[in-house]
Ligand binder design. Structure first.
Ligand code: CMP
Length: 137
C-alpha cells in the first residue's frame, strides 16, 4: 500500500463541496488514514509550497491557500500517488478530463479544488508537514 497527501483547498471548503470530494475519494477506493481541518498561515503555506517559490504565481497561491480553512488528508491505496493525480485531473480545470474532481468542481488554475503529491519524495515531505505518526490510523 502506498500513501499520498491531499488538500481540499479553500475554494471547495468555502463552496461546501468538501463532502462531494470526500465521497469521490472513498468511491475510488482510497482509505482516509489522516484528516483534519486547519487554517494555514501565509508562512505555513509558503513552507508547504517552497518548491514553487521562484514561480510567478507563488505569492498569489500562498495568499489563496491561507485565505480560509482547508482539509488536509493522508490517503492510502495501491498506487495511491498516481491514482490520486488521475482522480484530481489536470491542474487547469479547463483541461481536465470529464469525471475528474477538477473538471467537476474546479474554478480556475489557482482555485482548482484539490492538491496532491506529485511523487513519492513530495509525499514524504508533505504528509509529515501536517501529520504526526499518531494522527495516521
Ligand atoms: P497544486 O497541485 O496545489 O500545486 C501548485 C499549485 O499552483 C497548483 O495546484 C495550482 O493551483 C497553482 N497555480 C496557480 N497558477 C498556476 C500556473 N500558472 N501553473 C501551475 N500551477 C499554478
Amino acid at each position: 500500500m502506498e500513501r499520498t497527501f491531499a488538500i481540499i483547498k479553500p475554494d471547495a471548503v468555502e463552496r461546501k463541496v468538501s463532502g462531494k470530494v470526500l465521497a469521490m475519494i472513498e468511491e475510488a477506493g482510497f482509505n482516509i488514514v489522516g484528516m483534519k481541518k486547519i487554517h494555514l498561515s501565509k508562512c505555513e503555506a509558503e513552507g508547504f509550497y517552497y518548491v514553487h517559490k521562484e514561480r510567478p504565481f507563488f505569492g498569489d497561491l500562498c495568499s489563496f491557500m491561507s485565505r480560509s480553512p482547508v482539509i488536509v488528508l493522508a490517503l492510502e491505496k495501491d498506487n495511491a500517488i498516481a491514482d490520486w493525480r488521475s482522480l484530481m485531473g489536470a491542474t487547469n480545470p479547463a483541461n481536465a478530463d470529464a469525471g475528474t474532481i477538477r473538471k467537476e468542481l474546479g474554478v480556475s488554475i489557482e482555485e482548482n479544488t484539490v492538491h496532491g503529491s506529485d511523487s513519492p519524495e513530495s509525499a514524504a515531505y508533505e504528509i509529515p508537514y501536517f501529520f504526526s505518526q499518531l494522527e495516521l490510523v
